[in-house]
Design a protein around this ligand. Structure first.
Ligand SMILES: Nc1ncnc2c1ncn2[C@@H]1O[C@H](COP(=O)(O)OP(=O)(O)OP(=O)(O)O)[C@@H](O)[C@H]1O
Ligand SMILES: [Mg+2]
Length: 467
């Protein structure tokens, strides 16, 4: 649709058409005027309109009939009915058949403008709501990522927004939480997807190699440089440069990269030609970069340059609700599992997965599942092989098993949920209540009922934040 809303006036009275045309010409609208139902249908087919103003009688034809047809065939076009003085029945009938408003003749200019503006505003609001609703619908997955954890769903919306905007992103999260997957999602869902996604693992190369890898070189730049070589940064032109494990870059290299980020241009090693690069930069780290800045291991200017928009991926142990979802996803995508028609997990196996802490997060879960798929017989994974011992939760209640009565199981699950929640928010009730979508009083009551105490979770924080 064009920038200005397009209106269609349908009236067989030339005086009214002229009047409305003149009136709307002074407004930020585009307006087409037609004198017959046939011409109206033709215009509606040919162009996109936001609103039609339809007279109740058009050259012997029924404007109310036309209103209904418009609403059926072009539901995005709203209709305001123009009725004769005193014909309230017509107005009511028009509304019943889908008009948003009506105006009676003779009308004031002011009246027409108000009704038009109101209808357009309402339409815009409906469009926004529809847009948000559609977004919510697909939110259990984004690109190749799946989750039903509220914090991750926020992450999905952020990634979606970032894909559409060309800003620099820093993705943080423990090992195996999906940082690279998120970086790829930003690239492949965005307008740079036709160009390259160039990933560089900064930890994998010693400094001098990293430099030539990133910047490229010209023949004779150093011993062994027998031909010219295009660097990764140049390769990323038009696309995305992904700096993985960015914390391992030395301060000297950070300074060189900082210049690239600021100038959006490089020189190859041994070269003196300035080469412009148009790229988006996404970095990833599993370290606390602010702490590195404080320790002088990361330049503050570099940090600010790469951390324009931060995205944090929570560890798997803080989103246990994702475990079964991820497992189904793995089973669906694993060729061997498909071949074996493996599609189920026993209660015991699920319990094992949920009880484990997952220091290696989703990557570790994926490895555990691969081993289990290999060993499984029949259509069910009965047991998984996870390191045992480290449950470590002093608030853990009795172990949940399906031998328990339902009521006891649910009680146990609720207790576990609450203690995880309290751990996560360090005993702070308000964020816990928000997270759980219950009011604070309910949460207090439940915590008490389970013999838990919010205070017990308070001194646990590793840092003294808020003190
Ligand atoms: N939300 C998710 N849904 C489905 N699969 C996921 C999700 N997150 C991660 N994975 C899978 O988990 C594995 C690890 O993801 P990825 O390599 O992106 O993690 P990472 O954070 O970059 O890890 P590291 O810090 O070790 O480099 C990959 O196989 C990825 O496909
Ligand atoms: Mg990675």
């Amino acid at each position: 649709m064009g920038s200005e809303p397009r209106l269609l006036v349908v009236d067989d009275d030339a005086l009214i058409r002229d009047e409305l045309e003149g009136l709307f010409a002074s407004q930020p609208y585009e307006v087409d005027c037609v004198e017959s139902v046939g011409a109206a249908m033709e215009r509606l087919t040919a162009a996109e309109f936001s609103l039609a103003l339809v007279d109740v009688r058009i050259g012997g034809k029924d404007g109310i009939e036309l209103t209904q047809q418009i609403r059926e065939r072009w539901p995005e076009v709203d209709v305001i009915m123009i009725t004769g003085h005193g014909s309230i029945e017509n107005a009511v009938e028009a509304m019943r058949r889908g008009a948003v408003d009506y105006i009676t003749k003779p009308f004031q200019a002011e009246e027409i403008l108000m009704a038009t503006e109101k209808a357009l505003e309402r339409r815009q609001m409906l469009d926004e709501i529809e847009y948000l609703r559609r977004q919510l619908q697909d939110r259990y997955s984004f690109a190749n990522m799946v989750s039903r954890n509220p914090e991750m769903l926020e992450v999905f919306s952020t990634l979606e927004m970032l894909a559409r905007n060309d800003v620099t992103v820093l993705i943080t999260g423990e090992s195996g939480t999906g940082k690279e997957l998120a970086a790829r999602a930003i690239h492949y869902q965005g307008k740079r997807k036709a160009a390259r996604f160039v990933a560089i693992n900064c930890a994998a190369l010693p400094e001098n190699l990293l430099e030539s890898e990133l910047f490229g070189y010209e023949r004779g730049a150093f011993t062994g440089a027998v031909t010219d070589r295009v660097g990764k940064i140049e390769h990323a032109d038009g696309g995305t440069l992904f700096l993985d494990e960015v914390e391992t870059i030395s301060p000297a290299m950070q300074a060189k990269l900082l210049r690239v980020l600021e100038e959006r241009a490089i020189e190859r090693l041994g070269g003196n030609q300035r080469i412009e690069v148009d790229m988006r930069v996404v970095s990833a780290t599993n370290e606390d970069l602010e702490a590195l800045v404080r320790d002088g291991r990361m330049r503050e200017d570099f940090y600010y340059r790469i951390n324009v928009v931060p995205v944090h991926l929570p560890p798997l142990r803080e989103r246990v609700e994702d475990i079964s979802l991820l497992v189904s996803e793995f089973l669906r995508n694993n060729p061997l599992a498909r071949e074996k028609s493996l599609n189920r997990l026993s209660e015991k196996a699920l319990n094992q997965l949920v009880a484990y802490e997952w220091p290696g997060n989703i990557r570790e879960l994926s490895n555990v599942m691969e081993r289990a798929i290999l060993r499984a017989k029949g259509d069910t994974i009965r047991e998984v092989d996870v390191p045992t011992g480290k449950s470590g939760d002093r608030n853990a209640g009795p172990k949940l098993t399906y031998d328990m009565p339902l009521r006891e199981y649910i009680k146990g699950a609720e207790r576990e949920y609450l203690s995880r929640l309290l751990t996560k928010h360090q005993g702070s009730i308000s964020p816990c209540a928000k997270h759980a979508s219950v009011d604070q009083a309910t949460l207090h009551r439940k915590i008490k009922a389970h013999g838990l105490r919010a205070n017990d979770f308070r001194q646990n924080g590793r840092n003294g934040e808020g003190r």
